[in-house]
Design a protein around this ligand. Structure first.
Ligand code: PEP
Ligand code: MG
Length: 882
């Protein structure tokens, strides 16, 4: 226990800059108090107390509790009421409030301090029968909330009792229940509490308070908060603060009420006061939808003075925070009280609108506006989205990884062929597979979305879907799949071919039935904000693209080059996969040469189209890196076809396929190891790159065409030297034969720890480095990138990992290797340019890290380009390089 540490701050002691210690809510309550706004005077227990609670084995130590009680004593004094008093009792609310707002993720308890005696004394002190109703209503709410939130007795038991009471009294709404009904309910609730827990409901307000504070700290670790933090990059170590405030009562009478409001429309960004208000109600009624609230403007008629004051408060808060505010307030006997304010959550279009308006209104500089927008929100602008209202009304059946953003709905199909056939008939389909393979590519293209049972964020389905901009949810292990009989079950629901399903590639949620979607729209604000972003960033943003279509899309979205063209992806097409199989299933060099001759024109054409799509921006072509198991034929029909083409028997082909089988294909015969075994492959690819470049350069002398050839999976300098020699000899011969002048570069991926560790040696041969953080993560952790999803859940639960290292760069370990590679490589070759092309290149926190360690570019899938551009700008604004 740390002695004399200050764990409790009165609102009058804090201010808006103390978010880390007081949480967002606490800091803003203090700030509003300082601004002279009507805030009930309470106190905040710091986030450090939360950390201490966990350090002490989930217990509140005496020091913290003592300071909290001093806070209570102070609150009693300034509010003229006393905790547990029978004349003038003080009732309080206990609310969570982390550094970053996590709406609805943690817990709140209202009306704390009530017990039978206090209730009786309150009623005795006020003869108005309406007041009795209010007291009993507050009491039953408190018992219900305390039981649910603090003691984890499900809400349902209490809701059932309310429903039974309403049925017995023949009424529809809670508000129609009388004081006696509510009195009876409060007793029933207490009995239910005892029934569920075996102990009496605690009547001592101090005991109630301690348990409530503990419950808020504990709620920091509840499952929904953990998931929210992972999705929003909020560290577990932050902890939550607790705010204890005197209650003001919106449910006191018809001169009272409660509401929530935004200073601008959170859906569109339009500058107008938006909100809802309920007369004679407590906060949770507005959100819970028990009664339909009235629009905020109507409050003006009911409570003109409180409304006028509220409008004034809104203006002051916007001018003070220079951002859209989300507020909670209560009116008690016509008097306004502010209970909360924060920068409001908003949709992506609203975020852009508000950022632009705030710049135009002089509230923000361009840099500040760039910092306001969460890059992760942008992808909702680029893909069709579920209709927000419909989504809210539907409960997901399960959750996988949000592997490729967007919304998809359609009929379930189980094979790529069915996806193609059904799509050809005009059906919208969602392809559901155990996992996908290159053979599925056309089916994947025909589908609205892809759902897989296995595979992580860098699985085949995830990478390919992101590249195509198709929605994908991967790795939903809760699905019980029966591919053979074309059916699966999820959450007890059976889906067969043709069943309707909806999947959300942003959240990973899976829903039964069709949820309506709305098309993506890119408004003018988007371009304006992206323009600012580019103005302030140091990192260039390239794209991972293997087709001209993807490359063009990425250019439209602002990519200034290709950072990774995975050449093996160019063989996913059914016609080409045949030629590719002929090449890998050759057992003599001559046979391989024949197959390679067939492939050469395809590759040359592909590269030419990429150079054309990029119009002089750099194109980095990564030489073949096929995990061979993804390419060998498995279907009898394909094997027979291949046998015929190669003039071999089916058995011979099967024997070759068997010989290619590897126990660990991801650590197997791939990358530059293939070029070492079969130099003819590297020779063919070099010819294709150089010939394409020569052609395009001749047609467009105004463009800079300087091929970047990237050698994958290098771990040893001699390996790179060996392959580079083949590339250089072939390229120089091609250039000489064409009689032209063409510069080109040969570089390498740094994706094996040994390459990072020996980067000084590697830099003596490589003209550029590009971090392949998918493999680098795989090999640094020793986690299979295709299988890790199966056990990562347990790692999150055990707090060993807070996020998927394949999605969010592990800066401590993998990042250290990256920094080391830079430090070793740059002095050897100062002009060395360095980028990243693993999936992390499109993840905001990873982009920030890449900026900080001094990379030149990040490369990501096309639809992530705007996200990376914005993240790069934010990193540059927050951490200027010079
Ligand atoms: C990587 O390993 O990070 C990479 C970009 O290459 P691939 O995903 O193709 O292995
Ligand atoms: Mg790799």
């Amino acid at each position: 226990m740390t002695a004399n540490k200050k764990y409790v701050y009165k609102f009058s002691e804090g201010n808006g800059t103390m978010r880390e210690l007081l949480g967002g809510k606490g800091a803003n309550l203090a700030e509003m108090s300082n601004l002279g706004m009507p805030v009930p005077q309470g106190f905040t227990i710091t986030t450090e107390a939360c950390t201490q609670y966990y350090e002490d084995g989930r217990k509140i130590n005496d020091e913290i509790m003592q300071q909290a009680m001093e806070g209570v004593a102070w609150m009693e004094e300034v509010n003229g009421k006393k905790f547990g008093d029978l004349k003038n009792p003080l009732l309080v609310s206990v609310r969570s409030g982390a550094r970053a707002s996590m709406p609805g993720m943690m817990d709140t308890i209202l009306n704390l301090g009530l017990n039978d005696e206090v209730v009786a004394a309150m009623i005795a002190g006020n003869p108005d029968p309406k007041f009795a109703r209010f007291v009993y209503d507050s009491y039953r709410r408190f018992i219900q909330m305390f039981s649910d939130v603090v003691m984890e007795v499900g809400k349902k038991y209490f809701e059932k009792l309310i429903d039974e009471m309403k049925a017995a009294k023949g009424v529809q709404y809670d508000i129609e229940l009388t004081a006696d009904d509510l009195k009876e309910l409060a007793q029933q609730f207490k009995a239910e509490y005892k029934n569920q827990l075996g102990t009496d409901f605690p009547s001592d307000p101090v005991e109630q308070l301690k348990a409530a504070i503990e419950a808020v700290f504990r709620s920091w670790d509840n499952p929904r908060a953990n998931v929210y933090r992972r999705d929003n990059d909020i560290p577990y170590s932050w902890g939550t603060a607790v705010n204890v405030m005197p209650m003001v009562f919106g449910n006191l009478n018809n001169q009272s009420g409660t509401g929530v409001a935004f200073t601008r429309d959170p859906a569109t960004g339009e500058k107008k006061l938006m909100g809802e208000f309920l007369i004679n109600a407590q906060g949770e009624d507005v959100v819970a939808g028990v009664r339909t609230p009235m629009p905020i403007a109507q409050m003006e008629k009911e409570f003109p003075e409180a409304y006028a004051e509220f409008v004034q408060v809104c203006e002051t808060l916007e001018n003070h925070y220079h951002d859209m505010q989300d507020m909670e307030f209560t009116v008690e006997n016509k008097k306004l009280y502010m209970l909360q304010c924060r920068n409001g959550k908003r949709t992506a279009p609203a975020a852009l609108q508000i950022a632009c308006d705030l710049v135009d209104e002089g509230h923000k500089t361009e840099e500040e506006a760039v910092l306001m927008i969460d890059p992760r929100n942008l992808d909702t602008l680029l893909h069709p989205q579920f209709d927000a209202k419909a989504l809210k009304e539907t409960k997901p059946l399960g959750k996988g990884l949000g592997a490729s953003p967007g919304a998809a709905c359609g009929k379930v199909v189980f094979t790529a062929e069915d996806a193609e056939a059904w799509a050809a008939k005009g059906e919208k389909v969602v392809l559901v597979r155990l996992e996908t393979s290159p053979e599925d590519i056309t089916g994947m293209k025909s589908a609205q979305g892809i759902l897989t049972v296995r595979g992580g964020m860098t699985s085949h389905a995830a990478v390919v879907a992101r590249g195509m901009g198709t929605c994908c949810v991967s790795g939903c292990g809760d699905i019980y799949m029966d591919e053979e009989n074309k059916k699966f079950t999820l959450a007890g629901q059976t889906f067969v071919e043709g069943s309707e399903i909806s999947i959300d590639g942003t959240t990973g949620n899976i829903y039964g039935g069709i949820i309506p979607t709305v098309p993506a729209s890119i408004s003018g604000n988007f371009g304006r904000v992206m323009g600012w972003a580019d103005k302030y960033s140091d990192l260039k943003v390239r794209t991972n693209a293997d087709t001209p279509k993807d490359a063009k899309k990425a250019r439209e979205l602002g990519a200034v080059g290709i950072g990774l063209c995975r050449t093996e992806h160019m063989f996913f097409d059914p016609e080409r996969i045949v030629a590719f199989r002929e090449m890998i299933c050759s057992d003599t060099e001559e046979e391989r040469e024949v197959a390679l001759e067939k492939i050469l024109p395809y590759q040359q054409g592909d590269f030419k189209a990429l150079y054309e799509a990029l119009e002089g921006y750099p194109v980095c072509i990564r030489f073949l890196d096929p995990p061979l198991h993804e390419f060998v034929p498995t279907e009898e029909e394909d094997i027979a076809k291949l046998a015929a083409a190669k003039n071999k028997t089916v058995e011979e082909i099967k024997a070759i396929c068997d010989s290619l089988h590897e126990v660990n294909p991801m650590m197997g015969h791939r990358g530059c190891r293939l070029a070492v075994t079969y130099p003819s492959i590297a020779r063919m690819q070099t010819k294709a790159v150089i010939r394409a470049a020569i052609e395009v350069k001749a047609a467009h002398p105004e463009w800079t065409v300087e091929p970047e050839i990237m050698i994958p999976l290098v771990s040893e300098i001699k390996e790179l030297k060996y392959v580079k020699k083949i590339v250089v000899e072939t390229a120089d011969a091609e250039i000489a034969a064409a009689g032209v002048d063409l510069k080109y570069q040969v570089g390498t991926m740094i994706e094996i720890p040994r390459a990072a560790l020996t980067a000084d040696e590697i830099a003596s041969e490589a003209e550029f480095f590009c971090f392949g953080t998918n493999d680098l993560t795989q090999m640094t952790f020793g986690f299979s990138r295709d299988d890790a999803g199966k056990f990562l859940g347990s790692y999150y639960d055990a707090k060993i990992l807070e996020s998927d290292p394949f999605a969010r760069l592990d800066q401590t370990g993998v990042g250290k290797l990256m920094e080391m590679a830079l430090k070793l490589g740059k002095p050897v070759r100062p002009e060395l340019h360095v980028g990243i092309c693993g999936e992390h290149g499109g993840d905001p926190s990873s982009v920030e890290f890449c900026h900080r360690i001094g990379l030149d570019y990040v490369s990501c899938s096309p639809y992530r380009v705007p996200i990376a551009r914005l993240a790069a700008a934010q990193a540059a604004i927050k951490f200027p390089r010079k």
